[in-house]
Design a protein around this ligand. Structure first.
Ligand code: CP3
Length: 335
């Protein structure tokens, strides 16, 4: 690996004046080259089940920009799909499951289906053979996967799931335990295939106020405890004031969303990644350049900082502005 700046930062040991950078959803619909590949597939799962295509989509942003990490092109919903859910992605609506717990359907927990995830491991191996930066493997948190299985789609309000959890805490925990067991195998498979570090996306953790440690963090901690301690693990707990739980976890890095105040975190013994509003890239060129300069000035002395966004790059972002930002950061980093 030629460039391990990202791994050094994850270990809080980035002693160089260098700000490592990568972006959530750095591949995807804001890139015309992604849209060209996507147009060849009617079904998103058919696309991500083709390792050569996952590899190509992972490499697309690395060819265009100077980035310090790659993230395997896949999705967090591979796990529920492998457990027997039929999932389609509908334009403008997002993922839709054929069955959902809220409709009275039983949770799909067909553990045998796990073998289907070999396509992700094959993609991981292929990507790893073609890059010289660290590769990030990933999965959804058990709680976030539960939310999708419960609603069968991205939820709009949370009353129903809160009611279910309050009425059936033990059944909820059984389902979460099954997701945890499968996720551990899945993440270990990605490590065996070559991933250098892992990110867990707890995209719906923020809806759990008091219950966060009991229904989400506990299972993420079980995952952390089961994975080789040498492998850094990053947690993205969207909408959650994760600082409140700093002492309740051995996670190596928090990916902060844009509503957090990064200054509250940066002096703590943990790596901090994220926090930039992706829409900041759509400002005037001078402001985009100033953003890169401010970040370098503020954080290049930190041994535990990774430049990233607080939520994924969306299709409305101009890739040229993203490029402008990265170019300026690269110049500052190489001084
Ligand atoms: O560069 C990368 O980060 C690409 C890999 C990646 C995707 N999804 C590709 C994708 C990653 C890391 C994810 C994570 C993911 N998927 C999360 C966690 C992060 C977050 O945003 O909170 C979640 C909640 C999902 C579930 C999901 N997948 C949704 C809600 C959708 C549809 C809405 C949307 O954002 O597009 C997807 C589909 C999906 N996953 C697309 C991509 C590029 C778009 C599908 C398409 O091209 O039609």
């Amino acid at each position: 690996m030629k460039n391990s700046n990202y791994l050094k930062a994850l270990q809080q040991q980035n002693a160089d004046r260098y700000v490592p950078v990568w972006f959530l959803r750095q591949a995807g619909r804001y890139l015309p080259e992604y849209k060209a590949v996507r147009a060849r597939f009617s079904d998103f799962f058919e696309m991500i089940k083709t390792p050569q295509v996952c590899c190509e989509l992972t490499l697309q942003p690395l060819r265009r920009f100077h980035l310090d990490a790659a993230i395997t092109f896949s999705d967090i919903l591979t796990i529920p799909e492998a457990l027997g859910n039929e999932i389609s992605f509908i334009e403008g609506r997002g993922p839709v499951f054929k069955e959902a717990i809220r409709n009275g359907d039983n949770p799909k927990l067909d553990i045998v289906g796990f073998k289907n995830l070999d396509y992700v491991f094959e993609a991981t191996q292929l990507i790893k053979s073609k890059i010289d930066v660290p590769l990030i493997g990933f999965a959804g948190s058990p709680w976030t996967i539960f939310i999708y299985s419960f609603y069968g789609e991205s939820p709009k309000d949370f009353n129903l799931v809160r009611e279910f959890v309050a009425k059936k805490p033990e059944q909820t925990k059984e389902i979460l335990t099954t997701y945890t067991d499968v996720t551990i195998k899945y993440l270990k498979g990605q490590i065996d295939a070559g991933a250098d570090c892992l990110q867990v996306f707890d995209s719906w953790g923020g809806i759990l106020d008091q219950g966060y440690e009991e229904f989400s963090l506990k299972f993420i901690n079980d995952i952390r405890a089961a994975i080789d301690p040498e492998i850094p693990l990053i947690l993205y707990a969207k909408g959650m004031k994760i600082m409140l739980h700093l002492n309740a976890t051995e996670i190596n890095c928090f990916n902060l969303d844009q509503n957090e105040n990064i200054d509250e975190y940066i002096n703590k013994p943990i790596t901090i990644q994220g926090n930039i509003d992706p829409n900041d890239f759509n400002q005037d060129e001078e402001k985009v350049l100033a953003l890169a300069e401010n970040i370098f000035e503020k954080y290049s002395q930190c041994e535990n900082y990774v430049c990233n966004v607080g939520s994924g790059i969306t299709p409305n972002i101009d890739p040229n502005k993203v490029g402008l930002f990265l170019q300026r950061l690269r110049v500052l980093n190489s001084k």
